[in-house]
Design a protein. Sequence first.
Length: 286
Amino acid sequence: MMTDSIHPLSRIRAVLFDMDGVIYVGNRPLPGVQELLDYLDATGRRWMLVTNNAALTSQQFSDKVAAMGLRVPPERILGSAEATASWLRHQVEKGWPEGKVIVNGQDGLRAALTAAGFELTSDPFEAAYAVSGANFKLTYDDLANVTLAIRNGARFIGTNSDRTYPTERGQVPGAGAILALFTAATDREPIVIGKPNAPMFEEAMRRLGVAPEETMMVGDRYETDIVGALKLGMLTVGVLTGVDTRATFEAQSAPPHLIVEGLPELLAHFQRADATQGVRAERSSP
């Protein structure tokens, strides 16, 4: 259990939230989400929702949570598609060559790369970059073309390494399973952007203008949400509204700093810490 003397919540300037299992389950919002987001706004803290899902754009995610009654503007949402496109653009700005991108993925990933200024191609022999995410309309030609591009020298980049994707029918192959296929076919390992890898967290913190030591990560999966944040020196919170149980979190060699039943309990921790430090909420809603 975290103590305020060691990890004072009143010093946290920004909070990153995983989405599925933390903000909502399916199409149902979880208790206390809007209340906590409003409190963070009211106490001058920044926040962002971060997800490995690369299928949707930030606007589409915003529309999805709006249908649940949650007020989350698109600029407060970072999916792995947009994180990947933004990361790649920064690499080009720092010296990587401009070039066309061959994509294995869905419309959200294609839209993010296009918005970041990249020209997409289906020709494996003119691609400078090969970017792969989840693709629910995958064909053998898709696999062959991306494989050929990588073998021809295209830099190999993955949106996330999630091996499975949850559906109504159960767990189906995710982006990580497809990356494994490309690795087997090319003997090349991808640069992976999504959690638990550093680029996803770093992009979110860059947008919020904060450092790891003043940032909290809230997630329901230890191996993605918590591991990566701990490596960067962030404060971590495991919530029990999604995949992992308290026993799972506590069994880790480096467990989350705090484990809570849900976001209402996390809000209560913030309120107690702020009251101790004399922090006052200036407003009750954004």
